[in-house]
Each structure stands twice: as C-alpha cells, then as structure tokens.
Design a protein around this ligand. Structure first.
Ligand code: PLP
Ligand code: COI
Length: 368
C-alpha cells in the first residue's frame, strides 16, 4: 500500500487471535490492557526522512539500551478512538486534529514532523486490518495510540536524536462508566505541579505523565479519585484535572454558560475541549476561555453560581466532578448526579462520534 510517497510493507500475523478468544476479550475489554493483532511502525532518520513503513504483527520492539528515549524521554504520543457505526462501518473522530497536535508536540520536543496524511493513513490501515477488533457494543470503541520516540544510540545530551520510530497500536476499550456515570472527587495539589511556563505542558509527551503520578498518588492518599493541577507560580489558578481539561458550568437550563481555563501553554489543548467549545454555542450555551482560581471555584459553588463542573477527554468523554478537597478546604458541587448541561454536551458529542447525530463540522472520518 502506498501513501504520501511511502509504501507500507504488509506483514500479516501467521496466526491471528481466534475469533472466539477475540470475542471473549471484547465482551469485557477493560481499558488499555488488550491489544489487537497488528501494529504500524515507521522509521525516521535525519537526511533520509520517514522510511521503512510497515504493518506488522503486534509485538516487542528490539531496542538498544542506549536509545535516547530511555535516558532523556524524547517521546510523544496521541490518543483517539475508532467507532463502530450503526450500519457496521467504522469511523475515527478528527484524526487530522491529532496529527496536527502531534506535530506541535514534536516541535516542542525537537522531534521531526510526520506528514498529516501519513499519520491518518497509518491509522486507517491499522483499523482496516484489525477491523474485527472494533467493538460493536454501545459505548465501546477501539482506542488508537500513536507514539514516536528517539531510537538514536547515544548518551550525549547536547542535541536531539536523529533517529526515531513512529508506532501505532490499538486497544479495544469498554465503556468508561460501565456502571453509569458517577461524579469523581478531586484533590487540589499544591505540592506538585504538572507544567510550568516555558515547560512542556502543552505537548503530549510522556514526561508530563511520569511527573503526574506522585500528585495522583497524593490525591488517592487523600481519599480522592483525581488530582487537580494548579498553576506553577501561584498554586491558585485551575488548569486541568488528571489527564483531562476542565469545564465549569455557570447557571442552568437556558441560562447555562461555560468557562474553561484558557490555553496558556501549560495546558494540553484537548480535542474534546475544542469540540465542546465548538458545539456548545450551537446548543445555545455561550462559552468563554479564561482564568478561574480555586477561590472563584469554591465561592461560585457555594453561591450556586457554578452548577456543574466536568473534566473532558477522549477516554472518558466527560467526567463530572462532584467533590473538591484541598489541605485547607473542601466543598461539593451539585447533588451527586451528573448535571444536565454536562450530559447534554456529552450526548451531543457521542451522537456525532457514533453517527446518530448530524456532523455539522465534518469531524467524522470514514475508514474505507
Ligand atoms: N489534558 C491532558 C493532560 C491529557 O492527557 C488529555 C488527553 O489525553 C486531555 C487533556 C484531553 O485531550 P483530548 O480531548 O484530545 O483527549
Ligand atoms: C484521554 O483520552 O482523555 C486521556 O486522558 C488519555 C490518557 C490515558 C493519557
């Protein structure tokens, strides 16, 4: 198969997973623990560009222990899903937006650009090959995980690697909320920050997530589900929750409006966030990107001005926040149920992704 000047060498697995075993996995896929039969690999070398594109059996990648990624974390990743439509066909959602974000991350991490069309064609080829792994159950999907990392064998830190590997793997994913959507409790972390001005917060690079585990562990130790990241300078301005963007709903019913922290360089520019900001005005819900402090959040909830708060991202779509806790404060939002504005936005977005609602912005990408 030829794409963007590159020909994929197709190496199919000799013994793919038997259908009965696949169906057993798809009946209860969990999240991120099962993988399909194949993967994509494409190599890059400075001066030569992208080459050696393959679709090959899923499996371990031989790596030199001196590969730069192991020592200095030159790495990027993306995440998006393939959805089974009612007519049996398969789609992805805004894959070009993921490609563009990967290239923005690459710039920050001094890594090479990947042509957008090559990125999308690679995903399409993997989904088409492993189509039987795209779940048919409502709310289930095939999570796609492209990533890129430095393979140059060198311990020098005075320049970026000159060789990279781009990989795409796919993992069947169940309904994030199999038992129904339940609001989460969140911990205001003042000891740990996710990102600082000039750092890598807006890049989707593994180091940001490695640095987040201690804050997440602290949230759990304090009886909370997720950690809220505050700004690095004042520990006061709200940025994200766990690995999701945050949205605040002010007012209710026809008076509802949204506020989400602006993209200052320390937040990951979520595609779900962008989709919500685009769709909400069409539903008569005004949106604003701005600043919100933990004091604003607390007083807004106490006065009843803030009625709902949710995290949003590809994996969970939305995750309502029901309770907030910090070392000097604690408060609740709403009555313990997901709010109506959050659910309206969620249903609209899911409807577009699964093809049950119109797609006014041509976000749905059909895999043929
Ligand atoms: N924020 C962080 C830190 C993330 O890792 C993610 C998702 O991966 C998001 C936000 C949501 O982004 P998206 O909506 O593109 O999945
Ligand atoms: C998301 O898709 O919303 C995520 O948070 C991805 C995460 C597993 C890195």
């Amino acid at each position: 198969m030829s794409t963007d000047g590159l020909t994929f060498d197709i190496r199919l697995k000799d013994e793919p997973t038997p259908a009965a075993e696949r169906e057993r996995i798809l009946a209860n896929p969990g999240w991120g623990t099962h993988f399909t039969d194949h993967m994509i690999t494409i190599r890059y070398k400075e001066g030569k560009g992208w080459h050696d594109a393959r679709l090959e059996p899923y499996g371990p990648i031989p790596m030199d222990p001196a590969s730069q990624v192991f020592h200095y974390s030159q790495e990027l990743f993306e995440g998006l899903k393939a959805y089974r439509q009612a007519d049996g066909t398969v789609t992805t959602f805004r894959p070009h937006a993921n490609a563009a974000r990967m290239n923005r991350s690459a710039k920050r991490m001094a890594m090479p650009d990947i042509p957008e069309q090559l990125f999308v064609d690679a995903l399409d080829l993997l989904v088409r090959t492993d189509e039987a792994w795209v779940p048919t159950r409502e709310g289930h999907s095939l999570y796609l995980r492209p990533n890129m990392f430095a393979t140059t064998r060198a311990l020098g830190v005075n320049r970026p690697a000159d060789e990279y590997l781009f990989v795409v793997i796919a993992s069947p994913s169940g309904d994030y909320y199999a038992k129904g959507i339940k609001p989460v409790s969140v911990w205001l972390s003042r000891d740990f920050t996710r990102a600082a001005p000039g750092g890598t917060g807006e890049a989707k690079t593994g180091g940001n997530y490695a640095a987040s585990f201690a804050g997440q562990a602290q949230a759990v130790a304090n009886g909370c589900d997720q950690v809220v990241w505050l700004d690095a300078l004042e520990h006061r301005w709200v940025e994200e929750v766990g690995s999701m963007n945050l949205v605040f709903v002010y007012g209710s019913g026809p008076d509802a409006r949204l506020l989400t922290p602006a993209l200052t360089g320390t937040l990951l520019p979520g595609i779900t966030r962008d989709s919500m900001l685009t769709l909400a005005p069409d539903l008569g819900i005004p949106v604003e990107e701005g600043k919100i402090s933990i004091d604003d959040w607390q007083t807004g909830c106490e006065s009843g001005e803030i009625t709902e708060v949710f995290g949003c991202g590809t994996a969970a779509v939305i995750s309502p926040v029901g309770h907030v806790k910090g070392d000097d404060r604690e408060w609740s939002i709403g009555d313990g149920d997901p709010g109506p504005t959050s659910m309206r936005l969620r249903n609209e977005l899911i409807g577009i992704q699964y093809g049950t609602r119109p797609d006014p912005y041509s976000w749905v990408h059909h895999i043929k």
